[in-house]
Design a protein around this ligand. Structure first.
Ligand SMILES: Nc1ncnc2c1ncn2[C@@H]1O[C@H](COP(=O)(O)OP(=O)(O)O)[C@@H](O)[C@H]1O
Ligand SMILES: [Mg+2]
Length: 112
């Protein structure tokens, strides 16, 4: 199992959720975060604004998936989240040891 952590634009959440559900992964965690990448949030918020706001709101999506599904899910997330402009976000992949569905006691891939 792997954990996919994707940081995306707030306005791309619905598109990414739809894409993941279509691929059989309706289960996910969503957190509203603030952050910045290489541009430190500067260029993105210059549109007409004079103050500097270095941390920009983003959405973090976390989902634990079968090893074999990581590549197709990461590309589905990227496809749904991409605008081509700076600030599109990032996808990180980590190893995940186990999952337990508390209601049934199922473990591993079957619990996802
Ligand atoms: N190295 C990193 N580690 C953790 N989070 C990051 C990292 N780089 C970017 N992020 C997160 O992704 C969001 C979008 O980053 P983005 O501006 O698209 O990256 P970059 O400017 O490096 O291309 C940031 O607001 C931040 O929350
Ligand atoms: Mg950036």
């Amino acid at each position: 199992m792997k954990k996919i952590e994707a940081v995306i634009r707030v306005e791309k959440l619905d598109a990414v959720r739809d894409a993941l559900e279509k691929m059989g992964y309706p289960g996910m965690m969503i957190t509203r975060i603030e952050g910045h990448g290489r541009q430190k949030g500067l260029v993105e918020q210059f549109r007409g604004r004079e103050f500097k706001l270095e941390l920009l709101p983003k959405i973090k999506i976390e989902l634990v998936v079968k090893d074999n599904d990581v590549e197709k899910l990461a590309s589905a997330i990227a496809g749904a989240a991409k605008t081509g402009e700076i600030g599109d976000g990032k996808i990180f992949v980590y190893p995940a040891d186990n999952a337990v569905r508390i209601r049934t006691g199922e473990e591993g891939d079957i619990a996802l």
